[in-house]
Design a protein around this ligand. Structure first.
Ligand code: NDP
Ligand code: MG
Length: 381
């Protein structure tokens, strides 16, 4: 049984990780972290009895400390608190299920301490993959993908991507699949938050509607599987049954299929190389009946193109893409900018950045801060 740190325990991936653990007892929760949701954190502490729990917001951490004073769980706060959860002696695997670049520092610290990583938080690899992957190699730790597409690739190649000719990364197309640029320019947050196949946190749901999610996933795949971008092809597959495919030299294609349910990739990352039932239903192929594939429309969804551009430049440019996108999504959700402004903002911020190639951690954190500030100041013409 794994002993895990569950970073982001109150989110969509965090709560589904706990459902998987309830179902198949594949892990024990040694530590957990949240941003501010102490009501749910209290319930989780009483049920899973972790040694440590961290809350990012200091006031909320103080309140939680009072609420759980009768338990043996120690309460910490801030990023330092999350890092303490990630590197705790009892932990062998860190489930990084926080959202945004906030996952980067705890993940790096955990790798330094030799912890394996079950990684949901794609922004960590987009912003800092050039640091995370070499460090993981040096420390001999496994980065096990939780993102469904990357889990599918990992499963399809049995964890060994060295002989792959190509990755075929599937995309649902999001709620605006099939629409044209003019039709979606003024779409509201309420419309963008209605994903047809997946129920997820707000940030990743908006990213799915702009196709930035697929762009971030292309970069994530490039790092995880050490593939150049010309070997990663995005394939739109609206039914979300084929979670991704790999192609070999002889043009044989191997795919992983299942109903869309994040519990499956979460469970596989925790039980690898074994498999355990985790609550995911059987796929009924007579009911599914029809699976289709098409090319992504990058005219309508320029975010996907921007992600390729950023990764082609490399260095701190993907960090800037990610930072600008995080702020663009926040602004869109607050109705400060339109849906169509999201790629415009990111493109403008990227065009003002000259990338540092082979960046240090300080370069990455500096580029992220700069991108956020530039994005916050951005105004539509
Ligand atoms: P949610 O928004 O549902 O949950 C985010 C979690 O992180 C919550 O526990 C939240 O705490 C915590 N959190 C939020 N902001 C911060 C911060 N600044 N610092 C530390 N912790 C923070 O997100 P999801 O579960 O949907 O996504 C998590 C990650 O997994 C993302 O990177 C996403 O791209 C990726 N992913 C998600 C999928 C999904 O199906 N949801 C699928 C594939 C990948 P609180 O509740 O207190 O706010
Ligand atoms: Mg995904």
């Amino acid at each position: 049984m794994k002993k895990i740190a569950l970073l982001g325990s109150t989110g969509s991936i965090g709560t589904q990780t706990l459902e998987v653990i309830d179902e198949n007892k594949c892990a024990e929760v040694e530590t957990l972290s949240v941003y501010s949701n102490i009501e749910l954190a209290e319930k989780q502490i009483r049920k899973y009895k972790p040694k440590l729990a961290a809350v990012v917001l200091e006031d909320r951490a103080k309140e939680l400390k009072v609420r759980v004073a009768d338990t043996n769980t120690k309460i910490l706060c801030g990023t330092e608190g999350i890092i303490s959860c990630a590197v705790h002696n009892n932990v062998d695997t860190v489930v990084t299920a926080v959202v945004g670049i906030s996952g980067l520092l705890p993940t790096l610290e955990a790798i330094k301490e030799g912890k394996n990583i079950a990684l949901a938080n794609k922004e960590t690899l987009v912003a800092g993959g050039c640091l995370v992957m070499p460090l993981a190699k040096e420390k001999g730790v496994k980065i096990l993908p939780v993102d469904s597409e990357h889990s599918a690739i990992f499963q399809s190649c049995n964890g060994d991507s060295r002989t792959l000719k190509k990755i075929l990364l599937t995309a649902s197309g999001g709620p605006f699949f099939g629409k044209k640029k003019e039709e979606i320019y003024n779409m509201t947050p309420e419309q963008a938050l209605k994903h047809p196949n997946w129920s997820m946190g707000a940030k990743v749901t908006i990213d799915s509607s702009t196709l930035m999610n697929k762009g971030l996933e292309v970069i994530e795949a490039a790092h995880l599987f050490d593939m150049s971008l010309d070997k990663i092809q995005v394939v739109v597959h609206p039914q979300s049954i084929v979670h991704s495919m790999v192609e070999y030299e002889d043009n044989s294609v191997i795919a992983q299929l299942s109903v869309p349910d994040m519990k499956l990739p979460i469970s596989y990352a925790l039980t690898y190389p074994e498999r355990k039932y985790c609550g995911t239903k059987e796929a009924d192929f007579f009911e599914i009946a029809n699976i289709t594939f098409s090319k992504p429309d990058t005219e309508t969804f320029p975010c996907l193109k921007l992600a390729f551009e950023a990764q082609n430049i490399g260095g701190t440019m993907p960090t800037v893409l990610n930072g600008a996108n995080e702020i663009a999504v926040e602004k869109f959700l607050k109705k400060e900018i339109k849906f169509g402004n999201i790629p415009e903002l990111i493109s403008d911020v990227m065009s003002k950045h000259s990338a540092t190639l082979s960046p240090s951690l300080n370069d990455i954190l500096g580029a992220d801060k700069w991108a956020r500030e530039a994005a916050a100041e951005w105004r539509p013409i």
